[in-house]
Design a protein around this ligand. Structure first.
Ligand code: PEP
Ligand code: MG
Length: 748
C-alpha cells in the first residue's frame, strides 16, 4: 500500500473518530462526517444513505448535493446505483455514472454535474445498513486504494451506527433489510414454537474501531492469532476418535488460522487506522457477504468456518464473554452452534424452542431438551450466522424446519398449525383419566420416561400410570465431578416424592458410547456403541454402580424400589448386577438403614443376544424392558446416531415386528412382565403395532401419552394383528402400508 494513502486514511479515520467523539446531535454529526470524508478524499460530494424501512433508502446527509434533498430523496432497494450497491452489498465504481446500468437521475439533488461515482455498502457483519457515496466532477475511476479506504470508513460508520451514534432527530435508522430464511435440520424434539431469537453466544461488540498506534494493534492481532492457532492445534490433538468430518472442520480451521491472505488483509486494515478487532470484523463481514452469494455447499461451509474463527479471535481480542447485558426476550428461542446439557438446564423451561447447528439426536443437549419437552431442531445449517438477537422465529421440531424472519403468510399458517395442535392436546387431556383400552377390551399400560426432576410434574398431567424408565445419566452428566452418594440419594428421594406413590423404575448408570462423563477420561474406542458401556462399565468398575445402588436404597427407605440394569447382553451380566444389589441391601441393613418396602429388579433387553437367553434368564428377572432404540440399531446394524442410516429401516419392518413377537412370547412363557421403552413406544402407529404384537406395557415421553392413548382406544388390537399377519404372509417388507390403509378405513 502506498505510504501516502496509508497515512491519509489513518488521518481520515482519526478525524472521523474525533468527530464522533464530539457531543453533537445525530444530524449535525452526519453532516460533519460527510464534510470531512469529501474533504479527505478530495471529492466534491459525499453522501450517506440509510435504510428508512427494509425496502427504502433515504438520503440522510450530504456534502455537495442540494441540502434540500436531505430526508426527501428516497430510493427503493435495487433502484438506481445507490439501491444497487445496497442490494448486492458490493461497491460500484464508475467514471461515468450516467452510462452505468441502473442509473437513475434524481433532479432534486443536483447530481447531474458529477460524473464519477463510488458507492460502498455500510455493512456490519454482512448486514447492509446503508450506502456511503462519493462523487466528483472529473470523469475518473476511483483507484483500488480509494475504494478500499472508503470501505474502511464505511465499516467504522457501521460500527458507530450500531452504537447508536447516529440516532438523533432527523437521522432515521431503520432495521436493515433482512431476508426471511429457512433452515432444515433434524428433529431433536417434536413440537412447535414461536418466539424471538436469543443467541447463546452473542456477537462481540467492537467499541473501539479506530486506533492510533498501528504497531501496537499489529502486535495485539499477532498475539491473538498465535493464541488462536495454539487453541486450534489443541482442539486437533484432542479431537476424539477418528471422526472424519470433525477432523476436516478442524483442519480447515487450522488452514485459515495459518492463512497468509487472511492475515495480510487484516494487517492492511490496521495500517489504515483500524483497531485489531475492527480489522477482524471487517474480514468477517466480507466473508459473510460472500457466503450469501456462494452456491457451492463446500465453500459456504468453509466461509462458515472462517466466520467461527473470527468470532473466536474477536473474543480473544476483546475479552468479551457471553454476557452482553442484553435482555432475554419473553419468548426466547435459543439459537446456538451447540450447547452442553448443564448450560441448557440453566435456561430450563424459560425457553420456548431450541435451534442448534450441530449436535446429534442422542446428544446430551437433545436428551435435556426432550426431558424439558422443548421443541428442538438440530443440524440447522448456518443459523447462528444469520440470526440476530430478537429476530422473529418459528420452530417446527416435528418437521425439523426453522423459519427465521418469516413472511406473514408463513407465520399465519404456522399459527394455524399450533392452534390445531393445542386443540388436539385438549382432546388428549380429556382422556387423561381414561385407560388405554382398545376396542377389543385389551388394556395397555402406558408409562412415561423421565430423566430429570423437571419431568415429574408431567406424570400426573399426562395420564401415565408410572415412570417406566428413569434415566439416571443426567445427574452425572451435568456435573463437573462425580456426584456424591448423599446428593444422589436426595435427588432420587425427591423423584419418588414427586411421583406420589406411583412406581419409578430407575435404570442404573448407562454411560459410554455417546454418553461420556466430563470427569472420566474418554476412551478411544473404535466403535463406542459396541464398546465399554452401561452394565459393562458397571461390572468392571463396580464402585460407582454400588454407590448408586446405595443411594437408591436409601432414597426408597420404606418405599418400594424398582431398579433395572441397562444393556444386558447375557444372563450372567444380569445375575452379577443383581448380586451387587443384594449385597448392598444386606450392607445397608447391617448399617441399620431402613430397607425398601419391596425390591424388583429388571433387565433392559437392548441386544438381540438376550432375547435368545436361556429360559432361566426370564425367570430370574422380575421384569424385562425392551430398549428399542439400541435394540433396533443392533438388529439392523444401523447406528442410531448416524443420519445416513438411522431412518433406513422401518420399525414396522416384518423382521423387527416378528422379533418383538418372539420376545413377548418368551417373556410370556415364564410369566415375566415385558415393556418397551424406546422412542417408538411414543409414536402412535408404532405403539399400536407393538401392542398388537403382544406387548402390554409401553413407556414413552410424557407428551406422547395422549396421542398413543387416543390411538389405542380407537382400534381393535385383534384386527390390527390380523392386518399385520396378512401383510406378513403376503411377503411385504414392512407392514406400514397395510396398517396405514387399514387405519384410514377406521371410524374416527
Ligand atoms: C433404548 O435404547 O431404547 C433406551 C430406552 O435407552 P437409551 O435411549 O437411553 O439408550
Ligand atoms: Mg439404550
Amino acid at each position: 500500500m502506498p505510504e501516502r494513502l496509508e497515512t491519509e486514511s489513518r488521518k481520515l479515520l482519526r478525524r472521523l473518530r474525533d468527530t464522533l467523539a464530539e457531543p453533537s446531535a445525530g444530524q449535525e454529526r452526519l453532516d460533519r462526517i460527510t464534510h470531512l470524508i469529501a474533504d479527505s478524499m478530495r471529492t466534491q460530494v459525499c453522501s450517506i444513505y440509510l435504510f428508512r424501512d427494509p425496502e427504502t433508502l433515504e438520503l440522510s446527509a450530504t456534502e455537495g448535493l442540494n441540502p434540500e434533498a436531505v430526508h426527501q430523496t428516497r430510493l427503493r432497494l435495487g433502484e438506481g446505483l445507490v439501491g444497487r450497491v445496497a442490494r448486492a452489498a458490493r461497491p460500484i465504481n464508475t467514471g461515468d455514472a450516467t452510462q452505468e446500468r441502473g442509473f437513475r437521475y434524481m433532479p432534486e439533488t443536483g447530481e447531474e454535474s458529477f460524473s464519477s461515482f463510488l458507492g460502498v455498502p455500510i455493512q456490519r457483519l454482512g448486514e447492509t445498513l446503508g450506502v456511503l457515496v462519493v462523487q466528483s466532477r472529473a470523469a475518473r475511476q476511483f483507484s483500488e486504494d480509494e475504494v478500499y479506504a472508503l470501505e474502511v470508513v464505511a465499516m467504522v460508520l457501521a460500527e458507530m451506527t450500531e452504537l447508536g451514534a447516529f440516532v438523533g432527530e432527523g437521522a432515521t435508522l431503520a432495521r436493515p433489510h433482512q431476508q426471511p430464511a429457512m433452515f432444515r435440520g433434524v428433529t431433536g424434539q417434536e413440537g412447535t414454537a414461536e418466539g424471538h431469537v436469543w443467541l447463546h453466544e452473542p456477537r462481540v461488540v467492537v467499541t473501539r474501531p479506530v486506533a492510533d498506534d498501528p504497531d501496537a494493534e499489529l502486535e495485539r492481532l499477532r498475539a491473538a492469532v498465535d493464541r488462536l492457532r495454539v487453541s486450534v492445534d489443541e482442539m486437533l490433538s484432542t479431537a476424539p476418535g477418528h471422526d472424519g468430518e470433525q477432523l476436516e472442520v478442524l483442519q480447515a480451521y487450522r488452514m485459515f488460522a495459518n492463512s497468509r491472505g487472511w492475515m495480510r488483509r487484516m494487517e492492511d486494515d490496521i495500517a489504515r487506522g483500524l483497531s485489531a478487532e475492527a480489522a477482524v470484523e471487517k474480514e468477517q463481514s466480507a466473508a459473510r457477504s460472500r457466503m450469501q452469494s456462494v452456491a457451492d455447499h463446500y465453500l459456504r461451509e468453509r466461509l462458515h468456518d472462517l466466520d467461527d474463527l473470527s468470532n473466536r479471535l474477536l473474543r480473544i481480542l476483546t475479552g468479551q464473554g457471553k454476557d452482553t447485558g442484553a435482555e432475554m426476550p419473553a419468548d426466547p428461542i435459543l439459537v446456538a452452534r451447540n450447547i452442553g446439557p448443564a448450560e441448557l438446564l440453566d435456561y430450563g423451561r424459560a425457553l420456548r424452542g431450541i435451534v442448534l447447528e450441530e449436535g446429534s439426536v442422542g446428544s446430551h443437549a437433545a436428551v435435556v431438551a426432550r426431558a424439558l419437552a422443548i421443541p428442538l431442531v438440530i443440524g440447522a445449517g448456518r443459523v447462528t450466522t444469520e440470526a440476530l438477537n430478537g429476530d422473529h422465529v418459528l420452530v417446527d421440531g416435528t418437521e425439523a424446519v426453522v423459519h427465521l424472519r418469516p413472511e406473514e403468510s408463513i407465520s399465519d399458517a404456522f399459527r394455524d398449525k399450533m392452534a390445531m395442535q393445542a386443540e388436539a392436546q385438549k382432546r388428549y387431556a380429556g382422556l387423561r383419566d381414561k385407560p388405554a383400552t382398545g376396542r377389543c377390551g385389551t388394556r395397555i399400560a402406558l408409562q412415561m420416561n423421565a430423566g430429570l426432576m423437571a419431568d415429574l410434574p408431567s406424570l400426573e398431567g399426562s395420564g401415565a400410570e408410572s415412570v417406566g424408565l428413569f434415566r439416571t445419566e443426567l445427574q452425572f452428566l451435568v456435573n463437573n465431578k462425580m456426584p456424591r452418594r448423599g446428593e444422589l440419594a436426595a435427588i432420587y428421594g425427591k423423584v419418588m416424592d414427586a411421583a406420589r406413590g406411583r412406581k419409578v423404575c430407575f435404570r442404573t448408570l448407562d454411560i459410554g458410547s455417546d454418553k461420556v462423563l466430563p470427569y472420566m477420561k474418554p476412551r478411544d474406542e473404535p466403535n463406542p456403541a459396541l464398546g465399554w458401556r452401561a452394565i459393562r462399565v458397571g461390572l468392571d468398575r463396580p464402585g460407582v454402580m454400588r454407590m448408586q445402588l446405595q443411594a437408591l436404597i436409601r432414597a426408597a427407605a420404606g418405599r418400594p424400589l424398582s431398579v433395572m440394569f441397562p444393556f444386558i447382553a447375557q444372563m450372567e451380566e444380569f445375575a452379577a448386577g443383581r448380586d451387587h444389589l443384594m449385597r448392598e441391601l444386606e450392607r445397608e441393613d447391617r448399617l441399620g438403614h431402613p430397607l425398601p418396602a419391596s425390591v424388583e429388579v429388571g433387565a433392559m433387553l437392548e441386544t438381540p443376544s438376550i432375547a435368545f437367553a436361556p429360559r432361566r434368564f426370564f425367570e430370574m428377572t422380575d421384569f424385562v424392558s425392551i430398549g428399542g432404540n439400541d435394540l433396533k440399531q443392533f438388529f439392523f446394524a444401523a447406528d442410531r446416531e448416524n443420519e445416513r442410516v438411522r431412518r433406513r429401516y422401518d420399525t414396522l419392518n416384518v423382521s423387527f415386528l416378528t422379533f418383538i413377537e418372539r420376545i413377548a412370547g418368551r417373556a410370556a412363557e415364564s410369566g415375566t412382565p415385558v415393556s418397551f421403552c424406546g422412542e417408538d413406544a411414543g409414536r402412535p402407529v408404532e405403539a399400536m403395532c407393538l401392542a398388537a404384537m403382544g406387548l402390554r406395557t409401553l413407556s414413552m415421553r410424557a407428551a406422547s401419552i395422549g396421542p398413543v392413548k387416543h390411538m389405542i382406544r380407537s382400534v381393535d388390537l385383534g384386527e390390527a394383528r390380523a392386518v399385520i399377519d396378512a401383510a406378513r404372509d403376503s411377503g411385504a417388507q414392512s407392514v406400514r402400508p397395510a396398517v396405514m390403509e387399514w387405519l384410514r378405513g377406521q371410524a374416527p
